[in-house]
Design a protein around this ligand. Structure first.
Ligand code: UD1
Length: 361
C-alpha cells in the first residue's frame, strides 16, 4: 500500500469536537493519515476532554494550549502555532469546522501556505458583522477550496458572494451524529432525567453563552428575568452553564433556576429531547432542538439557521421577557415539518469524505 494521504484537522472548541467526531472515523476507515490539532481554545474538562472520551475522537497530536484571550491575541497565537505545525507536517489538505476563532486561524494559516482548505459547515450567514462568528464564517469561506454547505440556504449565500467553485451541498454533520446516536437516548433517558430531578416535557432546557448576551448588561438582565419568571410560573429551567457565564451567574439572582456544569453530548441530547422547550442563543442547539422536534426560543434577533424560523420550528424572542413567556407557554412543533429534508439523510460525513478522496486522488 502506498503512503497514506496526510490531512490536518484544526479543532479547538466544543462544537468542533462534536462535528469532527463524525468525520474522523470515516477518514481513518478510508486510509487517511489524520493529524488532529487542538488549539486549546476550550480547555476545561467539561468543554474539551469529556468529548474526546465520549465521542471516539483521535487523540490530538498537538495541543497548542492557547486558552482564552481577546479575539486578536487569541487568533494571532493560534495562527502562529498552526503555521509552525503545517510547515512541519506538510499536509495535502486542512479541515476546519464551523465559525470559531479556531476556524479562522486554521484557514488563514493554511491559505498563506497554499494548502487547500475544506470548510465543513460553510455558507451560514446571520448578516450581522458584530457577531465574531460572522466575520470568521465570511473570511473562512472566501479562503476555502472545498466548501461543504449543510443547507440550500447556505449554498445560496455562497453563490450570492460569488463563491461557486468547490461548493457542495452535503447536509449537516450534526444531524449525522444525532441519527447515529439516537438509539442511546431512549435507553439512558430515565436515568438522566432522574439524575437532574426532571419530568419529561415538564421543563425547559436553557443555555446562554454568546458574547452579544453575556457582554451586554441590559440583555443579560432581561434574559435572566425572563427565565426566572418562567420558572416562577411552574416551568422548571435547567441550564448547563458555559464557563464564560460563571462570574455573571454568581452576581445574578438566579435562585430558582437549576444551573448545572456543562454536560456531555448524549446527556445534552436527552435533555433537549425530553424538554418542553429549548431556550438558547447557541447555533448548534437551536438546530438540535429541531432534530428532536422540540420547539426552540432563540435569544437573538437573527439566526444563521434561517430555515428554522421559516418552518416555524424556532422563534426569535431576542431579549424580550414578554415574548419569551408568551412563546414558552405555547409549545407546538409544526406537525408537517420533516427535518431530514432540510439537513440531509444522516450520511453527510460519508459524502464529505468521498469528495475529499476524489479531490486528493
Ligand atoms: C466559542 C465560539 C462560539 C461557540 C462557542 C461554543 C468564537 C469567537 N466563539 O465561544 O462561536 O458557540 O465557542 O462553546 O470562537 N472559558 C473557560 N473555559 C473554557 C473555555 C472558555 O473558562 O474551556 C471561558 C473564558 O472565560 C473565556 C470565555 O469562556 O474568556 C469565552 O471563551 P471563548 O473560547 O473565547 O469563546 P466562547 O464563548 O467559548
Amino acid at each position: 500500500m502506498g503512503k497514506k494521504i496526510k490531512i490536518v484537522t484544526i479543532s479547538g472548541a466544543r462544537p468542533q469536537f462534536i462535528k469532527a467526531s463524525t468525520i474522523s472515523p470515516i477518514l481513518k476507515r478510508n486510509g487517511f493519515n489524520e493529524i488532529f490539532v487542538h488549539t486549546g481554545q476550550h480547555y476545561d474538562y467539561e468543554m474539551s476532554e469529556i468529548f474526546f472520551k465520549g465521542l471516539n475522537l483521535p487523540k490530538p497530536k498537538y495541543n497548542l494550549g492557547i486558552g482564552s484571550h481577546l479575539h486578536g491575541k487569541q487568533t494571532a497565537l493560534m495562527l502562529q502555532g498552526i503555521e509552525e505545525i503545517l510547515i512541519e507536517e506538510k499536509p495535502r489538505l486542512v479541515i476546519v469546522y464551523g465559525d470559531t476563532n479556531t476556524t479562522l486561524s486554521g484557514a488563514l494559516a493554511a491559505a498563506k501556505l497554499h494548502i487547500p482548505i475544506a470548510h465543513i459547515e460553510s455558507g451560514l450567514r446571520s448578516f450581522d458583522r458584530k457577531m465574531p462568528e460572522e466575520i470568521n464564517r465570511v473570511v473562512t469561506d472566501h479562503l476555502s477550496t472545498l466548501l461543504f454547505a449543510p443547507t440550500k440556504v447556505a449554498l445560496q449565500n455562497l453563490k450570492k458572494e460569488g463563491i461557486k467553485k468547490g461548493v457542495y451541498l452535503v447536509g449537516d454533520v450534526m444531524y449525522d451524529l444525532f441519527i447515529r446516536t439516537k438509539n442511546l437516548f431512549n435507553r439512558r433517558k430515565e436515568k438522566v432525567l432522574k439524575a437532574f430531578g426532571l419530568k419529561e416535557k415538564e421543563f425547559c432546557f436553557a443555555t446562554v453563552h454568546r458574547a452579544e448576551n453575556t457582554g451586554n448588561q441590559v440583555r443579560w438582565k432581561n434574559i435572566i428575568e425572563g427565565l426566572c419568571s418562567l420558572s416562577k410560573r411552574g416551568i422548571p429551567i435547567v441550564w448547563p452553564a458555559h464557563p464564560r457565564t460563571k462570574d455573571l451567574l454568581s452576581n445574578s439572582k438566579v435562585k430558582n433556576l437549576q444551573i448545572v456544569a456543562p454536560i456531555p453530548y448524549v446527556e445534552t441530547q436527552i435533555l433537549i429531547g425530553s424538554s418542553k422547550m429549548v431556550i438558547t442563543d447557541s447555533g448548534g442547539l437551536q438546530k438540535e432542538a429541531s432534530f428532536h422536534r422540540t420547539p426552540c426560543l432563540i435569544l437573538r434577533d437573527r439566526t444563521e439557521w434561517t430555515e428554522l424560523i421559516n418552518l416555524g420550528c424556532a422563534f426569535l424572542v431576542d431579549d424580550s421577557k414578554e415574548k419569551l413567556i408568551e412563546k414558552a407557554l405555547q409549545n407546538d412543533f409544526p406537525k408537517k415539518v420533516s427535518i431530514g429534508k432540510y439537513y440531509g439523510n444522516g450520511r453527510s460525513s460519508e459524502k464529505i469524505v468521498n469528495i475529499l478522496s476524489e479531490y486528493l486522488s
